[in-house]
Unconditional design. Structure first.
Length: 153
């Protein structure tokens, strides 16, 4: 392969990597609470910032709360995210009793006015050799924390 052709191929590869999809958590709902395992419904928004459709054939994900593992899951749901578009997908996530106790213990210790969360994972796309990684962090300020905070004078 000639140097100009190799440089062009490398440039296209780097450009494709730079334009990874964005995956955000839009909702979480409890579905089943068993003694040893809990199941949740996660709603994820997948945004495609490229000029090409993104045919997704699977994903894996982990949800952390306050820097501690909380729930994880995998999905084989097929969907295509249109170019410069977004799609919502509903997936299951599972946690264990140990993860729930760890969260409750952490919340008691910190008494923080917010809950930090992180959604991290990988998407498999039909037209890509390597999975596409995503990592979203955000926080929720608890309404009761606003009410109990000292008033400024």
């Amino acid at each position: 392969m000639s140097k100009p052709l190799l440089s062009c191929a490398l440039g296209l590869l780097l450009a494709a990597c730079a334009l990874s999809p964005t995956v955000t958590l839009t909702d979480i709902r409890p579905l089943e609470f068993g003694l040893l395992e809990q199941r949740y419904l996660l709603k994820l928004r997948i945004q495609n910032p490229t000029a090409f459709d993104l045919p997704i054939d699977g994903l894996s994900y982990q949800l952390e709360i306050n820097d501690q593992p909380f729930a994880q899951g995998v999905s084989k749901r097929l969907l295509t995210v249109p170019s410069y578009g977004s799609e919502l997908i509903e997936v299951d996530a599972f946690s264990s009793l140990a993860e729930i106790f760890q969260q409750l213990s952490q919340l008691r210790k910190e008494r923080a006015p917010e809950i930090r969360y992180r959604l991290v994972g990988k998407l498999s796309a039909k037209d890509r050799l390597l999975p596409l990684s995503f990592d979203q962090r955000s926080e929720l300020v608890l309404p009761m924390a606003r009410e109990t905070s000292p008033k400024e004078e």
